[in-house]
Design a protein around this ligand. Structure first.
Ligand code: SF4
Length: 212
């Protein structure tokens, strides 16, 4: 099978996948307009990631753990960093096993699994290996969940990467659409979805009654 490959200068941040799956407007605000705002959720997440980042590596029995591992995939067009990559010894081979740290609890959607799968695809491309699974560690329940990188998850990850490239290349930030997730969004003050959304609905209504 032949895959599309991106050039170095076209690589985007791997974290954009998760931003896009959370909200297209949030993804555009961060990656097109370079807006960033820290709230309690992102601050806790950042502190957790910083803690993970302070060590570089350790080895215990048959697991070697590397922290803050640089990632890149020309196939997905992404660049980033893995919190943790464990290398599990199987005979003479050390198999990579990415682990991503999240502050909250497991989500109903696939965004965390897609981000982890993208990390696995980066590692596969960089190390010419196949990676079958990884894990997500959730801070609020202090437990990790195994994630299998099956065909469906890989397709969803590749599709999401393409959507991120399309959105960012368009240079157009989508209009806000107020919903429950806005309450936990770090950009809610910048985005003002309740005000902008209402204004937009009102202008559409006025345009409708004036026949524009
Ligand atoms: S506040 Fe809501 S609409 Fe605005 S970026 Fe965040 S999630 Fe998206």
């Amino acid at each position: 099978m032949t895959y599309k490959t991106y050039k170095e200068e076209d690589l985007l941040q791997l974290s954009a996948l998760q931003h896009l799956l959370f909200c297209r407007r949030q993804c555009a605000l961060i990656h097109i307009e370079q807006a960033w705002s820290e709230n309690l959720f992102t601050a806790e997440g950042r502190i957790m990631h910083d803690r993970v980042d302070t060590a570089t590596h350790e080895t215990r029995r048959n697991i070697r753990t590397e922290f803050g591992v640089p990632l890149r995939s020309l196939r997905l067009g992404l660049i980033g960093k893995a919190d943790v990559v464990e290398f599990h010894r199987q005979g003479d081979v050390w198999r990579p096993f990415p682990v991503e740290y999240k502050r909250g609890k497991p989500k109903h959607d696939n965004c965390d699994r897609v981000q982890l799968c993208a990390q696995a695809i980066c590692l596969e491309e960089m190390m010419s290996v196949e990676i079958e699974r990884g894990a997500l560690f959730y801070g609020s329940i202090r437990r990790r969940e195994d994630v299998v990188f099956d065909r469906a998850l890989r397709v969803e990850t590749e599709t999401t990467a393409e959507r991120v490239h399309d959105l960012i290349n368009s240079g157009i930030t989508p209009e806000p659409d107020y919903s429950r997730k806005c309450r936990s969004c770090s950009l809610v003050r910048l985005c003002m979805p309740d005000i902008c959304g209402k204004k937009r609905k009102a202008s559409r209504y006025l345009a409708g009654i004036s026949g524009e």
